[in-house]
Design a protein around this ligand. Structure first.
Ligand code: TEU
Ligand code: CA
Length: 539
């Protein structure tokens, strides 16, 4: 496999609405991001994945786009974005834009035109269907609760929306739609961006009449056409969000010979604390042995015919320390989660605030919740007779607002995020958990992330080494990375209990990183402490 820059960097995801507000309106903005580039350079990241900043009515916080080539007024101007691209590049940081082309906003001019009538030239930019027996065409459901079909009184037809009613699905069967998307992508490529994160890209091959949504028959044909007409051969990072991907499917997306994408976000590990076959809200405790098996499968199966992304968090997921670490052992368990993930083979992604150990924020009433996905689920389950307390507990555990509370910069008013009223409440723990405090503490989680990024830059074994899982106790995740004669041992006691580690005769050469103070000298017969995590060079 040819070596690419996007295999060697760590990517930092910014959710602009919650990152930094420079003009005091309580909403993060582009100038706020520019003001924090030195901080990101200090962390050592090589690219920023910027969640959508395009014109949008914010029904789904920017994932409902009304103009792909204009900047959302609240976020700033196109000049601000051009400055962000240039200033980031000065610091060796590429800007990865969020490509949201499974759907537009219903306020996009294409949809406004399409709704004017069945003979409008834009009608077939979207997915329309006649009622069946006076009802929705079929049982397709929206991710945001309810039917995926909305009735359009004017024309007496339904239109498809796999997300909110204000996010009508584009009809990718229509070559005119595909060409519009490619033209827009080339507009952004010509601005010098470093690539695209592609929102729910596994859905663009959908065949709604057959109730096929993900992994449709023409999906890879469309992606090969997109590659060829836009980013192909331009050395850009392209990462697809593909909820249903298996390693086999991931190879189809990321095998370089297929000329599709660089890599995908697969979510098999993310679903491990859900009751199988139910929804993300239906919880079961994580079994560490299952997490171990999923990581090993993806490390082993996505060999040279593809490339892994590595992540715990994003703007849709609860904060990983609250979810699978230990809030009462926040920094230590946070360091284990960082060491475990960043020592694997693939491109790691850090979500804003993960590097300082930000946590979920609990709410006590639905009025405190901003996210459309949680609000819709709340009303749907309330109508089903499920108790309010149970629904709020599910939102507190898995709701997307957990990731969207403002970035905590310091112990000052609103954690230094805004001088105004934040659009979403700041987590009350900000006096203790904030960037300033982290930078002032040499033992903070920040410096573990900084060191892991540095290790990746200085040691080819981290990027190119092989992976070999070691048979250990169920809650211990341990593996070797090897490149030539060099061999690293990574050990993680993913638990708040003591756990044993027995290994064959091994000579420890050096401690690379350890979330406890002592040097590691022996690894053959250890009793691992709760959340103990280390990397040692061995032979
Ligand atoms: O997410 C796709 C998606 O399905 C997730 O929202 C998922 O339903 C859930 O939130 C994860 O627990 C992408 C974007 O990341 C998300 O923010 C958008 O809301 C969605 O697509 C529609 O654009
Ligand atoms: Ca602002």
């Amino acid at each position: 496999m040819k070596k690419n820059w996007w295999q060697e960097v760590v990517v930092y995801q910014i959710y602009p609405r919650s990152f930094m507000d420079a003009n005091g309106d309580g909403i993060g903005d582009l100038r706020g991001i520019i003001s924090k580039l030195d901080y990101l350079e200090k962390l050592g990241i090589g690219a920023i994945w910027l969640s959508p900043v395009y014109q949008s009515p914010n029904d789904d916080n920017g994932y409902d786009i009304s103009d792909y080539q204009a900047i959302m007024t609240e976020f700033g101007t196109m000049a601000d974005l051009d400055e962000l691209i240039a200033e980031a590049k000065k610091r060796g940081i590429q800007l990865i834009m969020d490509l949201v082309v499974n759907h537009t906003s219903d306020e996009h001019h294409w949809f406004i035109e399409a709704k004017k009538g069945q003979d409008n030239p834009y009608r077939e930019y979207y997915v329309w269907a006649d009622p069946v027996n006076g009802k929705e065409p079929n049982d397709l459901r929206s991710t945001f609760s309810g039917s995926a079909w909305a009735f359009d009184e004017e024309s007496g037809q339904y239109y498809l929306h796999l997300f909110s009613k204000k996010q009508p699905d584009l009809n990718w069967q229509n070559p005119a739609v595909r060409q519009e998307v490619y033209d827009m992508m080339n507009f952004w490529i010509d601005k010098g961006i470093g690539g695209f994160r592609m929102d729910v890209i596994d859905l663009i091959g959908k065949l709604p009449e057959k109730e096929i949504t993900g992994n449709g028959p023409q999906l890879h044909e469309f992606l090969q056409e997109m590659n060829q007409k836009t980013f192909g051969g331009k050395n850009l990072l392209t990462v697809g969000e593909t909820w249903g991907a298996t390693p086999e499917i991931a190879k189809e997306y990321s095998d370089p010979r297929r000329k599709e994408l660089s890599m995908v976000f697969q979510f098999e590990h993310i679903g491990l604390d859900e009751i199988p076959g139910k929804e993300k809200w239906d919880y079961r405790p994580l079994q560490v042995a299952e997490l171990k098996a999923v990581f090993a499968k993806w490390q082993n199966e996505l060999g040279d015919e593809g490339w892994n992304s590595l992540f715990w968090n994003n703007h849709d997921l609860p904060r990983i320390i609250s979810r699978w670490g230990d809030e009462n052992d926040r920094v230590k368990s946070g360091k284990l989660l960082a060491i475990l993930l960043h020592s694997l083979k693939g491109t790691p992604y850090i979500y804003q605030g993960e590097e300082i150990g930000m946590l979920n924020r609990q709410v006590t009433d639905i009025s405190q919740v901003a996210d459309i996905e949680s609000i819709n689920m709340y009303h749907e389950r309330l109508a089903q007779g499920i108790k309010k307390e149970e629904i709020l507990a599910a939102i507190n555990r898995k709701g997307r607002d957990n990731a969207r509370t403002p970035m905590q910069w310091n112990a000052g008013k609103n954690a230094g995020f805004t001088t105004g009223t934040p659009w979403l409440a700041v987590n009350e723990n900000y006096p203790k958990i904030n960037v300033e405090a982290a930078l002032a503490d040499e033992n903070s989680l920040f410096y573990t992330y900084q060191k892991l990024i540095q290790l990746r830059k200085e040691n080819p074994i981290v990027v190119w080494g092989t992976f070999e899982l070691i048979e250990t106790a169920p809650e211990v995740i341990a593996y070797y990375r090897q490149l030539g004669e060099e061999k690293w041992l990574v050990v993680n006691n993913f638990s708040r209990h003591l756990n044993p580690l027995q290994l064959p005769a091994t000579t420890v050469l050096e401690t690379v990183i350890h979330n406890e103070t002592e040097k590691i000298t022996d690894v053959e017969n250890l009793v691992l402490h709760p959340w103990q995590s280390f990397i040692v060079k061995v032979k």
